[in-house]
Design a protein around this ligand. Sequence first.
Ligand code: ADP
Length: 404
Amino acid sequence: MTYALVLNSGSSSIKFQLLDPNAGANDEPLVSGLVERIGEATGAIALTVRGEKITSEVPIPDHSAGLEMAFALMAEHGVGPSDVEITAVGHRVVHGGKVFSAPELISDQVVEMIRDLIPLAPLHNPANIDGIEVARQILPDIPHVAVFDTGFFHDMPPAAALYAINAETAAEHGLRRYGFHGTSHEFVSQQVPDLLGKSADEVNQITLHLGNGASASAIRGGHAIDTSMGLTPLAGLVMGTRCGDIDPGIIFHLYRQGLSIDSIDNLLNRQSGVKGLSGVNDFRALREMIEDGDTDAWSAYNIYIHQLRRFIGSYMISLGRVDAITFTAGVGENASFVREDALAGLDMYGIEIDPGRNGLPNDGPREISTDNSRIKVFVVPTNEELAIAQKATQLAARMQTSVS
Ligand code: ADP
């Protein structure tokens, strides 16, 4: 059996999986791991190897040491990089800008191009580059592939992609809607035509990725025509800690009131959303608070649902005809109450949730609408690591064939 290694590097963490790219979406990876608190006094490595959990608390000075230590721990359990055959390393890269639409084989030049995009993703792309550089040093003989979170939205129609901002300034600074979570929207939306028994090019659909971060997409015939995140992942839906769409004038107002740009950034990205309104960002806790009569939790939930319904409604009009609406990610897959409230009272538009189907536990792709519902509603679990593993493996194989 051959495997792909998938890396998602953050500023102080590396998440990774070693998995079979031909596995099913619900299969457990051979190894999943998290290296966290890199650069802090005590770091931690947590691995799950064939279902067994292994943890180690050690100082981890930098990304390089973190990955080396994780690989050494994997080797102790017989699943290190020299114990199994790895055919590709897939790297999640947050921002591909206007340059990258498809997965890219990583070379020094590609790393420089990702570096050039740092102004568009100042927190994410540097961390992604750290992960790429470290992994290329440790595993120099394996093809490394960058898979971009923005790629799926690269070719959106200009009316959806461009902002009504002075054209010269927009061009100078690359201001446009890039969209994020593209790997997830693509992975999930590609399964819907099969569920409908139709071919991909005849399906119009809305996908709702509701995790801690959240985004909605409108997809026509396999191509994204709109999405809720923008130049950055701050835009669109209300999220765990991010505000989603707000009046941009709020930022000037706060700035003129004396808040620094960094504190406004922190406020809108980390202290807002459901957490900023209720104190919690986990929907399990939010639901318990609502059941206990907490009015802030109830208000946060209503603001979240209100915004979600706005996007669903506007994408229905943009698409004209909708065949399916699909929920995915932590909230979308597990919180049946969110699905119910997001689509309640829409039978006149041909949307009818079946409460029995909606209440079933999260177990693979499934329909939750009634047999009569004209627009079908699905839950399709996302698996971004598997999607990246597949893309990286396919590209590595294509390169292999074109070289030999
Ligand atoms: P991320 O955006 O960090 O990848 P996930 O897609 O894993 O996040 O979603 C995490 C969120 O999913 C949690 O914060 C929580 O709100 C929600 N969630 C996870 N499991 C459940 C559950 N059983 N019921 C309700 N919400 C859940």
